[in-house]
Design a protein around this ligand. Sequence first.
Ligand code: ZN
Length: 382
Amino acid sequence: MTFAFRLPGLVAAVPVLLISCFASAAPDASSPEDAAVLPAPHVIRAKQPPHPEFPPCAPVTEASVDLPRPGNPVQAFALPQLDFCAEWNPEFTANGHHCCGKLGGTTRRNRRLQCAVHRRFSNYCAEMTPEQARYTDAAKAGKLGDILELIQRQAWLRGDQSFCSVNNGFLAWGRRLIPSTLNRIIVRREDRCTDFGTDPMIGMLEWLGRQLAKEFPAPAFAGTKLVVGDISAPRGGCLSGRGGRRGHLSHTTGQDVDTAFLIAKEGKESPLGFHRQFDIQPNWWFLKKLFRNPYACVKVVFLDKRIIRKLAKAVGRDPEWLRLARFIRHMPGHKHHFHIRVGDAPGEPGCAQNPELELEDYNDEQDLIDSATTEASGTEQL
Ligand SMILES: [Zn+2]
């Protein structure tokens, strides 16, 4: 069976992208850890390796895959196969055995809908593959060595990890975020198993956590932590929130993450949850680091407009603000955390050669907000 492969707005650019972004030589997967998490051979494609001075690389993350229909000619990009979707997409049976289907709650009319019955969980740990469970145990026990080196070795050996769209997608070979003393990361709800992301996402968070440790090395600042909320379930898909309703509208592909505002005060421990204290200095430092991380281009950061205004007032003259402000967007419900969306490779802010095209979609997402969400405040959350 064949599929049409659509890349909205990017169809003409795809051949170029395939050449420029995936043409790098794949390193050899020889270590036992590599073998434990590498994909099946039929889906391996070499991708762009990380590099400190990364070149801009347009994203191919929001591709969608549909069954061919009359009048919809099958195109050359016939990925993924149906058996791949059946293996990875946790919504596959619920959406009529399509690779990409609509999950509950994605339009104004049906926004109160719930996740599919078989996925209304309080935690998603049972959806871990045996490899993901082994990886979790080994990484927590420190048996995998340096996680960033591991990601650099493995990430670009895989094919795409995010499929369909950020609101209606799934995640293949999701990698778990593992807190350590090195990265100063705290996963807010580890018991929910919603801390899985793409390799670029996990590489970015791991790197940011280490930058935090470098920036605040003094023992008095040892309590300054990067508190991470939901990313995605082990295979992505719908995340259930309060009362069985969708907890987020995005967070289905391992490319969206919520993080708490940083608190960097001598002798003070970061709260373990989200909070409304937004101190300019550490959080502006964080945003600048975020947009420059060498693992994942940042498409957009959602924040409440009052916080954006506060930030603009304080740092508006910083040339970096002029460069980054267009990618920091208002979204209701983001008074107590950053919502960060990344692409699937390193790159410039916006993830596209013409970021305006990328940003057009975000207006539509205003309609997609589900108000049944975080236990921290009960406010709306993406
Ligand atoms: Zn979010």
